[in-house]
Design a protein. Structure first.
Length: 408
């Protein structure tokens, strides 16, 4: 079948070779290996690194049956900004005209967000008799209502209402919905005022761990392999509770525990200021996939200090499955779906109380048997529910099923 994939903001094959492919990238790989014709519409702008990979629209060949159709739009520096809104509008406008000029596909798989991309896909699908499956990855625009504060929240009301109207149209008129958790799927069905069918299904965010066989030349000198290390990988943005990390570091300093931070982002300076004076928080900056593997392989726990917002209460993050894949128990600061999994399968600890987290870490540090048990549990849960090889084969099969049912 001929399939169009719509997703901005993820690492791209060929273009971002040092970065790990995420959900759409891994799915595209499976689909192309299954001999489908794949076109992935994406932005030339790298959302994580905040830089352009090209200054013009461009088509990049990945394989004979797999192409990236890159759309150029304005850059932005902040995730919440007018320039990002303009970027999304430009991408959608140009996508609309690109689709008109191309031979129509058998099916479209559109990530949500961006709402604008998904909206244009659904409009095209209705007009051209093409099934559109929308994949809910984040709860836009509801997260803006919950997360924005003060004057910014007030000023955003018209734009949020505008996005909400579009979101409802997308979720009501698409042919099927997928999502990264059952709770988010239910949210999408309710937002679209539709009943669940056999084609509406959730698929966790799968993770494909890096090969254990890493070159001996790969080393991160700041990592003391003899210590009980805790790693934290992230884009340093407003999703995380940095106060808790800073307080935790101060408590752990006397216990010889290091917190290894890999990543950069708009909140890095704030985080560094909070951690000032703590010798056991190591800011390692952005690291490629091999160096990230080195850091995580030399850590005992993975830190995921998400703020306790309603979107994270309903979802399962990339970070969660990544830590599990490396047999690392997870430390959470949010409640909700990830906490349920953490408690049920004994793969970590979830609390927003710094002292409780500190005490759990000390238990793990001082009880080797407990640490090994949680580590085994983490990998078992990964293999059962978060292995990318299995998840994206199942998702590809599901899209094939949707396409067959629509065109029969």
């Amino acid at each position: 079948m001929k399939i169009w994939l719509l997703k901005t903001g993820e690492p791209l094959p060929v273009i971002d070779e040092s970065d790990k492919l995420l959900r759409m990238g891994m799915l595209a790989e499976v689909l192309s290996n299954n001999n489908h014709e794949v076109t992935w519409f994406a932005s030339t702008f790298n959302h994580f690194k905040k830089k352009q990979c090209s200054e013009k629209d461009e088509v990049v060949k990945v394989k004979d049956n797999y192409y990236l159709n890159l759309i150029h739009a304005i850059s932005y520096k902040k995730n919440i900004s007018v320039t990002r809104i303009i970027n999304h509008q430009m991408l959608a406008f140009k996508l609309k005209y690109k689709m008109k000029k191309m031979e129509k596909p058998d099916i479209i798989y559109a990530s949500f967000p961006t709402i604008e991309f998904a909206y244009e896909a659904v409009k095209y699908g209705k007009k051209n008799n093409v099934p559109v499956v929308v994949d809910i990855r984040d709860l836009w625009p509801d997260i803006f209502k919950h997360n924005l504060k003060g004057i910014l929240r007030y000023l955003s009301i018209p734009y949020v209402k505008y996005l909400d109207i579009k979101a409802k149209k997308v979720l009501r008129n698409c042919y099927a919905i997928t999502s990264i958790s059952d709770l988010m799927l239910d949210w999408g069905l309710e937002k679209g005022s539709r009943k669940k069918t056999s084609l509406d299904k959730s698929f966790y965010i799968g993770f494909k761990r890096n090969n254990d066989m890493i070159s001996d030349k790969v080393i991160v000198p700041e990592v003391d392999k003899k210590k009980f290390n805790i790693c934290f990988f992230a884009t340093i943005n407003n999703q995380f509770n940095y106060n808790i990390i800073a307080e935790l570091a101060k408590l752990l300093e006397k216990d010889g525990v290091d917190i290894l931070v890999c990543g950069s982002g708009p909140n890095l300076k704030t985080f560094e200021d909070l951690a000032e004076g703590s010798t056991n928080i190591k800011f390692l900056g952005w690291q490629d996939k091999d160096h990230l593997s080195y850091v995580i392989n030399n850590s005992k726990l993975g830190l995921a200090p998400y703020k306790n917002t309603f979107d994270f209460q309903m979802s399962v993050s990339n970070k969660f499955s990544e830590y599990l894949s490396y047999k690392k128990p997870v430390l959470l600061t949010s409640t909700g779906y990830m906490k349920v999994l953490t408690d049920k399968y004994k793969v970590g600890y979830a609390s927003d109380n710094v002292n409780d987290i500190y005490n759990f870490i000390l238990k793990m540090k001082n009880d080797k048997k407990m640490c090994e048990e949680y580590s085994k549990n983490a990998f078992k849960l990964y293999e059962e529910k978060f292995d990318a090889n299995r998840i994206y084969k199942e998702l590809a099969n599901h899209l094939e099923k949707v396409e067959r049912k629509y065109h029969k």
